[in-house]
Design a protein around this ligand. Structure first.
Ligand SMILES: C[S@@+](CC[C@H](N)C(=O)[O-])C[C@H]1O[C@@H](n2cnc3c(N)ncnc32)[C@H](O)[C@@H]1O
Length: 395
């Protein structure tokens, strides 16, 4: 069937599609009105978020894909604007019909309908996981690091690394609002290793979020630094720099975010101490190899349990990170311990996420310091994080 409609007819038709009991499967906006438009395609589809029917708009840019979740009203307004300002064609798939809208002139949009070609999928946001970097879309650093092939398909044996990178970016997305808004960001990744996650961080902030950034990846290993520097230079990732050095000796005066992922044993403590001394607003740390306290722990009550090495090992891990968390709270940070990667990928899967609030609460910080001291004394340990000296809780 072929018919034409005025702009209000278009709005009316869209309004029906976004109704609560709507049959909409997805609508795809294409054929840009002007070449300068940054995105080449937008797809809107219904999703279920926290039990609510919402709509997700997916914007396809040259090198990235971004998502925006919208209420029905906002999705309707967005759809109308996309036709009026950005795109000349819309393909709508519903459970009952497919509709093609040709709108070179929005006021003379032409509708063509034909029987439905797509079945209604179950409405679940994460049924097929929406990754920040999606599988199937070429991403330069992932291709270069061998995680994707040239066509953008994730290579099967690297899928867990791909998931870990995306999980990491979800966490970065979560803390992004805590970063300063109006300046070039400075970030240090201590113990960056082969830097999959450092490259991902740069890609997310610079390419997806369009922020000016200076990121330094620091590592002890010369070959790793040479490897990463070459890739950054080949990809023209200006602002991403790799330096050889020891975390404990690193002297700088400032960072907006400090990252330390799987830096061994007390290397994590030095990274945290640096971050706090710079009042870094965001710290992301995944500790590993927490050995320092193993030989120190003494506790008469727990001694019968601690004769089992594996239990003492686990307790050492939790105690070390618990004390680190409390020390960060004592320095004024809001601290959460979250899961980073699934256990089948690595057992080292706890991330310390610390964000410095605009106005840290001195009484909360003092209480955390008391808790820290009580726990430290209960097990008679002296952890390296203790070097995090007198506390400043102002920002
Ligand atoms: C297990 S790798 C983790 C690499 C990367 N951050 C990741 O999570 O994929 C740990 C890295 O930390 C580096 N490292 C350990 N102690 C360090 C120190 N004191 N200073 C600088 N780098 C350190 C090691 O050389 C190694 O490359």
């Amino acid at each position: 069937m072929n018919r034409s409609g005025a702009p209000d007819a278009l709005k009316q038709r869209f309004a029906e599609l976004f109704q609560e009991d709507g049959q909409l499967i997805r609508m795809i906006f294409s054929a840009r009105r002007r070449k300068s438009l940054e995105y080449s395609k937008v797809t809107i589809r219904p999703v279920q978020l926290s039990g609510r029917r919402m709509y997700q708009a997916e914007y396809t840019f040259d090198k990235k894909v971004t998502h925006e979740n919208l209420s029905a009203e906002a999705a309707l307004a967005k759809a109308v604007t996309l036709v009026r300002e950005d795109f000349k064609q819309v393909n709508v798939f519903t459970a009952s019909e497919d509709i093609q809208i040709l709108a070179s002139k929005p006021e003379k949009a032409r509708f063509t309908t034909r029987p439905a070609t797509r079945a209604m999928p179950a409405l679940a946001h994460n049924r097929t996981k929406q990754y920040i970097i999606p599988d199937g879309r070429p991403c330069d650093f992932l291709i270069r690091l061998g995680v994707m092939d040239q066509s953008g398909k994730v290579i099967q044996r690297h899928y867990s690394k791909f998931r870990q990178i995306n999980r990491y970016l979800e966490i970065v997305e979560d803390v992004f609002p805590a970063l300063p808004e109006d300046k070039r960001l400075k970030i240090i990744d201590f113990g960056c290793g082969k830097a999959y996650l450092t490259f991902a961080l740069y890609y997310y902030l610079k390419i997806v979020k369009n922020r000016d950034v200076d990121i330094i990846g620091l590592d002890l290993k010369k070959d790793v630094i040479a490897f990463c520097s070459k890739i950054a230079s080949d990809l023209h990732y200006d602002g991403l720099q790799f330096l050889m050095g020891d975390i404990a000796d690193y002297t700088e005066d400032h960072a907006d975010m400090v990252v330390t992922l799987h830096a061994c044993d007390t290397a994590t403590d030095y990274a945290l101490i640096n971050a706090v001394s710079w009042h870094a607003p965001v710290i992301l740390s995944v500790p590993c190899c927490q050995h320092e306290l193993f030989s120190q722990i003494r506790n008469d009550l727990h001694q019968p349990m601690l004769k089992y090495g594996i239990l003492k090992d686990r307790l050492t891990e939790y105690l070390t990170d618990g004390l680190r968390g409390l020390k960060l709270e004592a320095a004024g940070y809001d601290v959460a311990m979250i899961e980073f990667t699934s256990l089948e990928h690595t057992a080292r899967n706890i991330m310390i996420k610390a964000v410095l609030p605009r106005r840290p609460d001195p009484s909360k910080a003092a209480a955390a310091q008391r808790e820290y001291e009580a726990l430290r004394d209960f097990y008679q340990v002296k952890p390296s994080i203790e070097k995090l000296g007198a506390l400043e809780v102002t920002r």
